[in-house]
Design a protein around this ligand. Structure first.
Ligand code: ADP
Ligand code: MG
Length: 724
């Protein structure tokens, strides 16, 4: 089937209705999750309480409890037709990993029974030697262990009981995203609690919260299958811009197309069954780009839910004849996709630490955390950028769309003014809650809640949005844990340092509020002059200004990864107990390796498509034109009527030659890069190759404009982006 037929077929595809269960959402919400309600129903009371002290109180799980829990889980799972079990984990690849085992076992009487006990629940040893480990596990010592994370609930996917687990090496190093994330969450809680106690002595735990907003594109699966670049790399490596793309701003928040709406409803149903509280769905800026977001949750759980949801998206899209593109930049010339990470901290007493308080004391607590978060972001701005950097997110970084390649923070007018005022007033000045319009109640005021949603800055990678910070630089296909581990760990380090400063002041006899404010003032002064930026993050002046302020402006992704092993980062991560130096080094190896492979695959696909798809189509058309010219010469005896044909032939010949030369040069560059021993140097060489992609793309996109539409072998942007 040629492209035109595929396009026609995609247009007439019948809508498949969504499959929505009867009753209210709350009737079946979470039915496939072994949540608190199921624990109460399926576990005896001792076992239930022991498990709670493990999930809530952080106690280790003993064998007896594990057996009891496994028994209850099995009973529940069998009611749902479960036949298999898997430890579900997050290795350093994109996506999750699972190895299914059937529940059957010999019964000793010649038959089989279903068997599931505490040991199967608590720990397994998958032969996982092929996952990236950065040399932490030579293949002959390939043992990696998965161990149940009881703080994230077990769930059922199809016929399989899925147990969220951490994944660690035989010698205890983390081989996954979850382990360091959990350590960072503990670190930030441990560091924040003593500061909270200055305000409320009953606080014993601080939670980190994450609300992710997931952006994605949908394309018709038939058209997708006709684009080797989309299939293999997740993005289009060629394609001339459609005449109309997002310039009319008519897609953003527009009516959701019916086929897409049916997909979204099915996805939401699947999410609700699995206890993912999906809340928002809407069209995004680019054609065929959409977003969805759940209600925020504790960060570890929220991240598991995001991983699970990305998997569900792919499966459910197929039912509706779509493929989901989670790549950060599937199409040139229109917006890419990110995953905004809305992040906050809150106490076990239900108090948010990043929202204004109920009184002056609460406000001081808010300002304390607010300022310390910004200090952490300032100190580790380069590292935070490195935490979201990848070969695929590189297409967004610094490319005039969120995020800029500089990590700064946006506070909004109110908080900027509050910080400036705090520098001017005596340290014991209460931070009052702002009165009604015009009525001033104190020297420093903040509103009870920030309602002004217009006071936003879309160009900022780290923006305060009233009760949370929004880390917007995270890539759409990334595991949020990468960014969340670094952010929480950096904040933990800063809080530890702040606490010791304050304690010294208190020991010197200062009242707590004055001690805190005296310690905050120099930090406020510093952040206002460096990391806080309210202007246009995409402007050229900001690039210069940021550099002057000492913020990191690096745009080279392999170089960014070096931040992880610089002394400041190693100190921060080891002090907070999040990563050892060995782990940091190993992870960088994995990052460079992944970067190299991604670019390598793209470069291969690019030159093969150039030579196997584009050049033959162009020559085909050239041949047709030459035949016509031959005919014209036979008939008229001259070429006077062939100026257009000759012009097109000339253009095609030039472009084809350009393509051939550049494709061969790219191949040569790859061969040269592959010979480089040192992995970092090799990654740098591959970065140069990535930078040469637009050069090869250009003549190909030009050919798309010139060659007969009927002969063009690949679905075009206007077809990929406008059929839904
Ligand atoms: P917008 O597009 O305006 O930024 P959305 O409603 O699309 O907002 O998404 C906001 C996300 O932030 C949601 O997931 C929401 O649950 C989450 N969120 C709201 N409050 C908090 C908070 N205090 N901490 C973390 N996440 C939050
Ligand atoms: Mg948002």
């Amino acid at each position: 089937m040629d492209r035109i037929d595929l396009v026609k077929e995609s247009f007439v595809r019948k809508d498949v209705p969504a499959d929505i269960p009867a009753g209210k959402i709350s009737d079946w919400y979470g039915e496939l999750v072994f949540d608190r309600a199921k624990m109460r129903k399926y576990l005896d009371s001792d076992c239930y309480l022991a498990l709670l002290s493990c999930t809530e109180g952080g106690k280790p799980l003993d064998r007896k409890t594990a057996d009891g829990v496994a028994k209850g889980m099995k009973a529940w799972a069998m009611e749902h037709g479960v036949t298999h079990v898997t430890h579900w984990f997050q290795p350093l690849t994109e996506g999750t990993a699972e190895k299914h085992d059937s529940l059957i076992d010999y019964d000793g009487k010649g038959g089989v029974i279903e068997n599931f006990d505490g040991s199967m629940l608590a720990q397994r040893e998958p032969d996982a030697s092929s996952f990236p480990s950065g040399g932490l596990r030579a293949t002959f010592e390939a043992r990696g262990y998965t161990a149940w994370d009881p703080t994230s609930p077990v769930f059922i996917l199809d016929d399989t009981l899925c147990i969220p687990t951490v994944f660690i090496s035989y010698t205890g190093e983390a081989l996954d995203y979850k382990t360091p994330l959990k350590k960072a969450l503990k670190a930030v809680s441990d560091a924040a609690v003593p500061i909270c106690k200055l305000f409320d002595p009953t606080v014993s735990k601080v939670y980190s919260y994450l609300g992710w907003e997931q952006e994605y594109f949908l394309v018709d699966e038939a058209l997708y299958a006709a684009r080797p670049d989309l299939m293999i790399t997740g993005r289009t490596l060629f394609g001339h811009n459609s005449s109309k793309n997002q310039q009319l701003d008519d897609h953003y928040f527009g009516a959701i197309p019916t086929r897409v709406a049916a997909f979204m409803r099915d996805l939401e149903v699947a999410g609700y069954r699995l206890g993912i509280p999906l809340k928002t769905r809407h069209n995004e800026v680019a054609p065929n780009q959409f977003e969805l977001a759940p209600i925020y949750a504790e960060t570890n759980l929220a991240n598991d839910q995001n991983q699970l949801l990305m998997n569900l998206m792919g499966r459910i899209a197929r039912k509706h004849g779509f493929v989901v593109l989670l790549h950060e930049k599937p199409f040139d010339g229109v917006n890419g996709s990110g995953k905004h990470n809305n992040w906050s901290l809150g106490t076990d007493k239900g108090v948010s630490l990043l929202a204004p308080g109920k009184d002056a004391k609460g406000n001081l607590q808010f300002v304390t955390f607010f300022v310390n978060v910004l200090a952490a972001v300032q100190k580790h701005n380069a590292l935070l950028k490195a935490s979201i950097a990848s070969a695929t997110n590189a297409h967004r970084l610094g490319a005039n769309e969120a995020p800029p390649a500089i990590v700064s923070a946006f506070l909004g007018r109110t908080m900027t003014e509050v910080l400036h005022k705090l520098l001017e007033v005596p340290s014991d000045t209460p931070i009052e809650i702002a009165g009604k319009k015009g009525k001033s109640v104190g020297l420093v005021e903040i509103p009870e809640i920030f309602l002004d949603n217009t006071d936003r800055n879309r160009t900022s990678p780290f923006a305060f949005t009233g009760n949370r910070f929004e880390f917007r630089a995270v890539g759409s296909c990334a595991n949020c844990a990468g960014a969340m581990t670094t952010l929480n760990a950096a904040v933990a380090e800063q809080l530890i340092a702040f606490r010791s400063l304050v304690e010294k002041e208190i020991a010197g006899g200062k009242p707590v509020n004055i001690a805190i404010m005296d310690c905050l003032k120099p930090i406020i002064k510093s952040i206002l002059g460096v990391v806080c930026f309210e202007g246009n993050g995409y402007s050229e002046e900001w690039q210069k200004e940021a550099k002057r302020r000492g913020l990191d402006v690096e745009t080279n992704v392999p170089k960014m990864f070096c931040e992880f092993t610089k002394p400041e980062a190693v100190k921060m991560f080891t002090k907070t107990g999040v990563y050892s130096e060995i782990e940091l080094k190993a992870r960088n190896e994995v990052k460079w390796e992944t970067y190299i492979k991604k670019v390598q695959i793209e470069a291969r696909v690019m030159s093969r498509m150039a030579l196997n798809h584009i050049v033959p189509a162009a020559l085909d058309y050239k041949g047709k034109l030459l035949k016509e010219i031959g005919l014209a010469k036979d008939i008229y005896g001259n070429l006077d009527s062939c100026t257009t044909e000759l012009g097109i032939i000339d253009e095609i010949s030039k472009c084809v030659e350009d393509v051939r030369v550049k494709a061969l040069a790219m191949k040569e560059a790859r061969e040269k890069a592959d010979k480089i021993e040192d992995i970092y140097e090799r990654a740098l060489a591959y970065r140069d190759i990535a930078e040469s992609f637009p050069g090869l793309r250009h003549p190909i996109d030009r050919l798309e404009e010139v060659v007969d539409n009927k002969l063009w072998p690949l679905p075009k942007y206007r077809e990929l982006m406008f059929i839904n």
